[in-house]
Design a protein around this ligand. Structure first.
Ligand code: GN1
Ligand code: MG
Length: 339
Protein backbone atom coordinates (compact mmCIF):
# COMPACT_ATOMS: atom_id res chain seq x y z
CA UNK A 1 0.00 0.00 0.00
CA UNK A 2 2.85 2.40 0.84
CA UNK A 3 4.44 1.94 -2.57
CA UNK A 4 1.08 2.45 -4.29
CA UNK A 5 0.40 5.64 -2.34
CA UNK A 6 3.92 6.90 -3.05
CA UNK A 7 3.29 6.56 -6.80
CA UNK A 8 0.56 9.16 -6.38
CA UNK A 9 2.72 11.38 -4.19
CA UNK A 10 0.88 10.39 -1.00
CA UNK A 11 2.08 8.87 2.28
CA UNK A 12 0.10 6.43 4.41
CA UNK A 13 0.98 8.25 7.63
CA UNK A 14 -1.11 11.21 6.42
CA UNK A 15 -4.24 9.13 5.86
CA UNK A 16 -6.59 6.79 7.67
CA UNK A 17 -7.37 3.99 5.23
CA UNK A 18 -10.86 2.45 5.39
CA UNK A 19 -12.17 -0.34 3.19
CA UNK A 20 -15.48 0.35 1.38
CA UNK A 21 -17.36 -2.87 0.84
CA UNK A 22 -20.29 -2.10 -1.47
CA UNK A 23 -18.73 -2.93 -4.86
CA UNK A 24 -18.88 -6.52 -6.11
CA UNK A 25 -15.74 -6.44 -8.24
CA UNK A 26 -12.89 -4.13 -7.18
CA UNK A 27 -11.34 -3.46 -3.78
CA UNK A 28 -12.06 0.13 -2.81
CA UNK A 29 -10.59 2.24 -0.01
CA UNK A 30 -11.43 5.61 1.47
CA UNK A 31 -8.32 7.65 2.30
CA UNK A 32 -9.17 10.10 5.03
CA UNK A 33 -6.77 12.99 5.60
CA UNK A 34 -6.38 16.71 5.02
CA UNK A 35 -7.56 15.93 1.54
CA UNK A 36 -9.72 12.80 1.03
CA UNK A 37 -9.32 10.30 -1.81
CA UNK A 38 -10.78 7.06 -3.13
CA UNK A 39 -8.19 4.40 -3.92
CA UNK A 40 -9.14 1.33 -5.90
CA UNK A 41 -7.50 -1.93 -6.83
CA UNK A 42 -8.91 -2.95 -10.20
CA UNK A 43 -9.99 -6.58 -10.52
CA UNK A 44 -7.72 -7.73 -13.35
CA UNK A 45 -9.51 -11.07 -13.63
CA UNK A 46 -12.74 -9.26 -14.58
CA UNK A 47 -11.15 -6.38 -16.49
CA UNK A 48 -8.51 -8.24 -18.43
CA UNK A 49 -7.64 -5.11 -20.44
CA UNK A 50 -7.48 -2.34 -17.83
CA UNK A 51 -5.71 -0.01 -20.25
CA UNK A 52 -8.90 -0.02 -22.36
CA UNK A 53 -10.78 1.52 -19.41
CA UNK A 54 -8.24 4.31 -19.22
CA UNK A 55 -8.34 4.86 -22.98
CA UNK A 56 -12.16 5.07 -23.14
CA UNK A 57 -12.21 7.50 -20.24
CA UNK A 58 -9.60 9.70 -21.86
CA UNK A 59 -11.56 9.87 -25.12
CA UNK A 60 -14.79 10.72 -23.30
CA UNK A 61 -13.12 13.20 -20.99
CA UNK A 62 -11.36 15.08 -23.82
CA UNK A 63 -14.60 15.30 -25.80
CA UNK A 64 -16.64 16.48 -22.83
CA UNK A 65 -14.06 19.10 -21.84
CA UNK A 66 -14.22 20.52 -25.34
CA UNK A 67 -17.97 20.42 -25.93
CA UNK A 68 -19.45 20.54 -22.41
CA UNK A 69 -16.84 22.30 -20.28
CA UNK A 70 -19.32 22.71 -17.40
CA UNK A 71 -20.05 18.97 -17.20
CA UNK A 72 -18.47 17.19 -14.22
CA UNK A 73 -16.72 14.03 -15.36
CA UNK A 74 -14.74 12.08 -12.81
CA UNK A 75 -11.33 11.12 -14.18
CA UNK A 76 -8.67 9.31 -12.15
CA UNK A 77 -5.76 11.29 -10.68
CA UNK A 78 -2.50 10.56 -12.48
CA UNK A 79 0.60 9.17 -10.81
CA UNK A 80 3.64 11.35 -10.31
CA UNK A 81 4.91 10.01 -13.67
CA UNK A 82 1.68 10.90 -15.44
CA UNK A 83 0.25 7.36 -15.58
CA UNK A 84 -3.47 6.67 -15.08
CA UNK A 85 -2.79 3.52 -13.06
CA UNK A 86 0.04 1.90 -11.16
CA UNK A 87 0.61 -1.86 -11.07
CA UNK A 88 1.38 -3.72 -7.81
CA UNK A 89 3.76 -6.69 -7.43
CA UNK A 90 0.94 -9.13 -8.32
CA UNK A 91 0.09 -7.20 -11.48
CA UNK A 92 -3.11 -5.58 -10.19
CA UNK A 93 -3.67 -2.01 -11.41
CA UNK A 94 -4.50 0.65 -8.81
CA UNK A 95 -5.97 4.07 -9.39
CA UNK A 96 -6.82 7.11 -7.35
CA UNK A 97 -9.86 9.38 -7.49
CA UNK A 98 -10.60 12.67 -5.81
CA UNK A 99 -13.18 12.33 -3.05
CA UNK A 100 -16.12 14.63 -3.67
CA UNK A 101 -16.91 16.47 -0.46
CA UNK A 102 -20.54 17.51 0.03
CA UNK A 103 -21.93 14.50 -1.81
CA UNK A 104 -23.76 11.34 -0.77
CA UNK A 105 -24.64 7.99 -2.32
CA UNK A 106 -27.85 5.98 -1.98
CA UNK A 107 -28.22 2.21 -1.89
CA UNK A 108 -32.00 2.43 -1.91
CA UNK A 109 -34.30 5.13 -3.23
CA UNK A 110 -36.79 6.67 -0.81
CA UNK A 111 -38.70 9.20 -2.87
CA UNK A 112 -39.61 10.40 -6.37
CA UNK A 113 -37.06 13.23 -6.36
CA UNK A 114 -34.19 10.77 -5.87
CA UNK A 115 -35.48 8.58 -8.71
CA UNK A 116 -35.89 11.58 -11.02
CA UNK A 117 -32.50 13.11 -10.20
CA UNK A 118 -30.60 9.83 -10.41
CA UNK A 119 -32.06 8.95 -13.81
CA UNK A 120 -31.46 12.49 -15.06
CA UNK A 121 -27.81 12.26 -14.00
CA UNK A 122 -27.12 9.09 -15.97
CA UNK A 123 -29.15 10.32 -18.94
CA UNK A 124 -27.11 13.51 -19.11
CA UNK A 125 -23.94 11.51 -19.69
CA UNK A 126 -25.34 9.64 -22.70
CA UNK A 127 -26.93 12.83 -23.98
CA UNK A 128 -23.67 14.77 -23.87
CA UNK A 129 -21.90 11.93 -25.68
CA UNK A 130 -24.62 11.52 -28.31
CA UNK A 131 -22.50 12.89 -31.18
CA UNK A 132 -19.16 11.32 -30.26
CA UNK A 133 -17.80 8.71 -32.67
CA UNK A 134 -18.70 5.46 -30.87
CA UNK A 135 -16.13 3.52 -32.91
CA UNK A 136 -13.38 5.27 -30.93
CA UNK A 137 -14.41 3.22 -27.87
CA UNK A 138 -13.54 -0.39 -27.20
CA UNK A 139 -15.59 -2.69 -24.98
CA UNK A 140 -13.90 -3.09 -21.59
CA UNK A 141 -15.74 -6.40 -21.20
CA UNK A 142 -16.94 -8.14 -24.37
CA UNK A 143 -20.69 -8.86 -24.73
CA UNK A 144 -21.23 -7.39 -21.30
CA UNK A 145 -24.99 -6.82 -21.59
CA UNK A 146 -25.66 -9.18 -24.47
CA UNK A 147 -28.61 -11.16 -23.13
CA UNK A 148 -27.94 -14.05 -25.54
CA UNK A 149 -24.44 -14.43 -24.24
CA UNK A 150 -25.49 -14.24 -20.61
CA UNK A 151 -28.23 -16.83 -21.21
CA UNK A 152 -25.70 -19.08 -22.92
CA UNK A 153 -23.30 -18.68 -19.99
CA UNK A 154 -26.12 -19.64 -17.63
CA UNK A 155 -26.76 -22.79 -19.69
CA UNK A 156 -23.06 -23.64 -19.55
CA UNK A 157 -22.99 -23.11 -15.80
CA UNK A 158 -25.98 -25.42 -15.44
CA UNK A 159 -24.15 -28.15 -17.35
CA UNK A 160 -21.08 -27.95 -15.16
CA UNK A 161 -22.76 -27.31 -11.80
CA UNK A 162 -22.57 -29.79 -8.93
CA UNK A 163 -25.79 -31.64 -8.18
CA UNK A 164 -25.72 -30.03 -4.75
CA UNK A 165 -25.70 -26.50 -6.17
CA UNK A 166 -28.39 -27.42 -8.70
CA UNK A 167 -30.57 -28.80 -5.92
CA UNK A 168 -30.20 -25.67 -3.79
CA UNK A 169 -30.98 -23.48 -6.80
CA UNK A 170 -33.80 -25.64 -8.19
CA UNK A 171 -36.56 -23.04 -7.91
CA UNK A 172 -34.35 -20.24 -9.17
CA UNK A 173 -33.32 -22.33 -12.20
CA UNK A 174 -36.97 -23.07 -13.02
CA UNK A 175 -37.88 -19.43 -12.67
CA UNK A 176 -34.92 -18.33 -14.80
CA UNK A 177 -35.93 -20.79 -17.52
CA UNK A 178 -39.51 -19.52 -17.48
CA UNK A 179 -38.28 -16.08 -18.55
CA UNK A 180 -36.25 -17.33 -21.52
CA UNK A 181 -38.82 -15.70 -23.83
CA UNK A 182 -37.12 -12.39 -22.95
CA UNK A 183 -34.05 -13.60 -24.88
CA UNK A 184 -36.19 -13.95 -28.03
CA UNK A 185 -37.70 -10.52 -27.46
CA UNK A 186 -34.21 -9.10 -27.01
CA UNK A 187 -33.02 -10.67 -30.25
CA UNK A 188 -36.01 -9.36 -32.14
CA UNK A 189 -35.47 -5.88 -30.80
CA UNK A 190 -31.75 -5.83 -31.61
CA UNK A 191 -32.23 -7.37 -35.06
CA UNK A 192 -34.91 -4.82 -35.91
CA UNK A 193 -32.21 -2.11 -35.66
CA UNK A 194 -34.59 0.00 -33.62
CA UNK A 195 -31.88 0.86 -31.12
CA UNK A 196 -28.94 3.10 -31.89
CA UNK A 197 -25.50 2.29 -30.54
CA UNK A 198 -24.65 4.96 -28.01
CA UNK A 199 -22.03 5.48 -25.34
CA UNK A 200 -23.62 4.11 -22.19
CA UNK A 201 -22.43 3.80 -18.61
CA UNK A 202 -23.48 0.15 -18.24
CA UNK A 203 -23.48 0.08 -14.44
CA UNK A 204 -26.19 2.57 -13.56
CA UNK A 205 -27.26 1.10 -10.29
CA UNK A 206 -28.37 3.86 -8.03
CA UNK A 207 -25.28 3.76 -5.81
CA UNK A 208 -23.11 4.68 -8.80
CA UNK A 209 -24.13 8.31 -8.76
CA UNK A 210 -23.16 11.03 -6.31
CA UNK A 211 -25.92 13.35 -5.13
CA UNK A 212 -25.21 16.84 -3.88
CA UNK A 213 -25.99 16.90 -0.14
CA UNK A 214 -27.13 20.51 -0.44
CA UNK A 215 -29.51 20.30 -3.42
CA UNK A 216 -30.20 16.53 -3.63
CA UNK A 217 -29.55 16.81 -7.36
CA UNK A 218 -27.10 14.53 -9.15
CA UNK A 219 -23.53 15.76 -8.77
CA UNK A 220 -21.67 13.32 -11.00
CA UNK A 221 -21.76 9.68 -12.03
CA UNK A 222 -19.05 7.32 -10.76
CA UNK A 223 -17.75 3.83 -11.55
CA UNK A 224 -17.06 4.45 -15.22
CA UNK A 225 -15.21 1.20 -15.98
CA UNK A 226 -17.90 0.03 -18.35
CA UNK A 227 -18.34 3.30 -20.23
CA UNK A 228 -18.49 1.86 -23.74
CA UNK A 229 -20.80 1.35 -26.71
CA UNK A 230 -24.22 -0.02 -25.75
CA UNK A 231 -27.95 0.59 -26.00
CA UNK A 232 -29.90 3.02 -23.85
CA UNK A 233 -32.03 0.16 -22.46
CA UNK A 234 -28.95 -1.09 -20.59
CA UNK A 235 -28.70 2.09 -18.55
CA UNK A 236 -32.40 2.73 -18.16
CA UNK A 237 -33.01 -0.91 -17.27
CA UNK A 238 -30.33 -1.05 -14.58
CA UNK A 239 -31.90 2.06 -13.07
CA UNK A 240 -35.36 0.47 -13.07
CA UNK A 241 -33.94 -2.65 -11.47
CA UNK A 242 -32.29 -0.76 -8.62
CA UNK A 243 -34.78 2.07 -8.11
CA UNK A 244 -38.39 0.85 -8.27
CA UNK A 245 -38.20 -1.57 -5.36
CA UNK A 246 -37.69 -0.19 -1.84
CA UNK A 247 -35.02 -2.84 -1.18
CA UNK A 248 -31.76 -3.69 -2.96
CA UNK A 249 -30.60 -6.87 -4.68
CA UNK A 250 -29.07 -7.98 -1.35
CA UNK A 251 -32.43 -8.21 0.46
CA UNK A 252 -33.20 -11.72 1.73
CA UNK A 253 -36.81 -11.04 2.71
CA UNK A 254 -38.37 -11.16 -0.74
CA UNK A 255 -41.75 -10.01 0.58
CA UNK A 256 -40.20 -6.54 0.81
CA UNK A 257 -39.65 -6.40 -2.97
CA UNK A 258 -42.37 -4.29 -4.56
CA UNK A 259 -43.00 -2.14 -7.61
CA UNK A 260 -43.53 1.52 -6.76
CA UNK A 261 -45.40 3.00 -9.69
CA UNK A 262 -44.90 6.64 -8.75
CA UNK A 263 -41.15 6.06 -8.35
CA UNK A 264 -41.02 4.31 -11.73
CA UNK A 265 -42.84 7.22 -13.36
CA UNK A 266 -40.46 9.72 -11.77
CA UNK A 267 -37.48 7.69 -13.00
CA UNK A 268 -38.74 7.64 -16.59
CA UNK A 269 -39.55 11.33 -16.40
CA UNK A 270 -36.05 12.10 -15.09
CA UNK A 271 -34.41 10.01 -17.81
CA UNK A 272 -36.49 11.63 -20.54
CA UNK A 273 -35.86 15.12 -19.15
CA UNK A 274 -32.46 14.72 -20.84
CA UNK A 275 -33.00 11.99 -23.43
CA UNK A 276 -36.43 12.82 -24.86
CA UNK A 277 -35.05 14.71 -27.82
CA UNK A 278 -32.22 12.22 -28.34
CA UNK A 279 -34.16 8.94 -28.47
CA UNK A 280 -36.07 7.96 -31.60
CA UNK A 281 -39.75 7.01 -31.39
CA UNK A 282 -38.75 3.39 -31.95
CA UNK A 283 -36.33 3.54 -29.06
CA UNK A 284 -39.00 4.99 -26.81
CA UNK A 285 -41.23 2.01 -27.57
CA UNK A 286 -38.55 -0.17 -25.95
CA UNK A 287 -38.71 1.69 -22.62
CA UNK A 288 -40.88 -0.90 -20.81
CA UNK A 289 -38.59 -3.72 -21.99
CA UNK A 290 -35.52 -2.09 -20.43
CA UNK A 291 -36.34 -2.98 -16.82
CA UNK A 292 -37.34 -6.55 -17.71
CA UNK A 293 -34.22 -7.21 -19.73
CA UNK A 294 -31.74 -5.86 -17.21
CA UNK A 295 -33.36 -7.50 -14.21
CA UNK A 296 -33.27 -10.80 -16.09
CA UNK A 297 -29.63 -10.42 -17.09
CA UNK A 298 -28.61 -9.80 -13.47
CA UNK A 299 -30.61 -12.80 -12.26
CA UNK A 300 -28.86 -14.97 -14.88
CA UNK A 301 -25.42 -13.62 -13.99
CA UNK A 302 -25.85 -14.09 -10.23
CA UNK A 303 -27.31 -17.55 -10.72
CA UNK A 304 -24.58 -18.61 -13.15
CA UNK A 305 -21.95 -17.44 -10.68
CA UNK A 306 -23.57 -19.41 -7.88
CA UNK A 307 -23.62 -22.52 -10.09
CA UNK A 308 -19.99 -21.91 -11.10
CA UNK A 309 -18.93 -21.87 -7.45
CA UNK A 310 -18.88 -18.07 -6.89
CA UNK A 311 -15.88 -17.18 -8.99
CA UNK A 312 -16.94 -13.70 -10.19
CA UNK A 313 -18.83 -11.57 -7.68
CA UNK A 314 -17.43 -10.86 -4.27
CA UNK A 315 -19.49 -12.63 -1.59
CA UNK A 316 -19.50 -12.54 2.20
CA UNK A 317 -21.65 -15.65 2.77
CA UNK A 318 -21.88 -18.82 0.64
CA UNK A 319 -25.48 -18.46 -0.58
CA UNK A 320 -25.21 -14.77 -1.41
CA UNK A 321 -25.26 -15.11 -5.19
CA UNK A 322 -28.25 -17.44 -4.99
CA UNK A 323 -30.05 -14.92 -2.77
CA UNK A 324 -29.24 -12.14 -5.24
CA UNK A 325 -30.52 -14.25 -8.13
CA UNK A 326 -33.72 -15.16 -6.29
CA UNK A 327 -34.19 -11.55 -5.29
CA UNK A 328 -33.90 -10.44 -8.93
CA UNK A 329 -36.22 -13.20 -10.14
CA UNK A 330 -38.83 -12.08 -7.61
CA UNK A 331 -38.46 -8.53 -8.85
CA UNK A 332 -38.68 -9.72 -12.45
CA UNK A 333 -41.90 -11.61 -11.73
CA UNK A 334 -43.42 -8.41 -10.39
CA UNK A 335 -42.03 -6.26 -13.22
CA UNK A 336 -43.37 -8.66 -15.86
CA UNK A 337 -46.89 -7.94 -14.56
CA UNK A 338 -46.41 -4.20 -14.18
CA UNK A 339 -44.47 -3.17 -17.30
C1 GN1 B 1 -21.04 -5.30 -10.52
O1 GN1 B 1 -18.76 -3.72 -9.13
P1 GN1 B 1 -20.10 -3.21 -9.14
O2 GN1 B 1 -20.81 -3.56 -7.88
O3 GN1 B 1 -20.21 -1.75 -9.47
C2 GN1 B 1 -21.10 -5.63 -11.99
C3 GN1 B 1 -22.37 -5.01 -12.60
C4 GN1 B 1 -23.58 -5.50 -11.86
C5 GN1 B 1 -23.43 -5.22 -10.39
C6 GN1 B 1 -24.57 -5.82 -9.61
C7 GN1 B 1 -17.98 -5.32 -14.04
O4 GN1 B 1 -20.90 -3.90 -10.35
O5 GN1 B 1 -22.49 -5.40 -13.94
O6 GN1 B 1 -24.71 -4.82 -12.31
O7 GN1 B 1 -22.21 -5.75 -9.87
N1 GN1 B 1 -19.92 -5.12 -12.67
C8 GN1 B 1 -19.18 -5.93 -13.44
O8 GN1 B 1 -24.65 -5.23 -8.37
O9 GN1 B 1 -19.48 -7.09 -13.67
MG1 MG C 1 -18.93 -1.34 -11.39
Amino acid sequence: MNAILASFGLTSSNHIIESIGTGHIHQTFFLKGDKNFILQRVNKLVFTKPEVIAQNLRIASDYLKLHFPEYRFLSPIKTTDEQEMVYDAEGFPWRLFPYMDGTTTLNEVNNEAQAYNGAKGFAELTKNLRSIDTSLFEPTIEKFHDLNWRYFQFQMALKKASSEAKKAAKEAIESANSFAYLVDQYNMLINSNALQIRITHNDTKINNILFSSATQESFCVIDLDTLMPGYFIYDLGDLVRTVVSPVSEEEKDFSKITFRRSIYNALIEGYLSEMDSVLSEKEKEAIPFAGLMMTYIMALRFLADYLNGNVYYHIVYPEQNLVRAENQLNLLTILSKEL
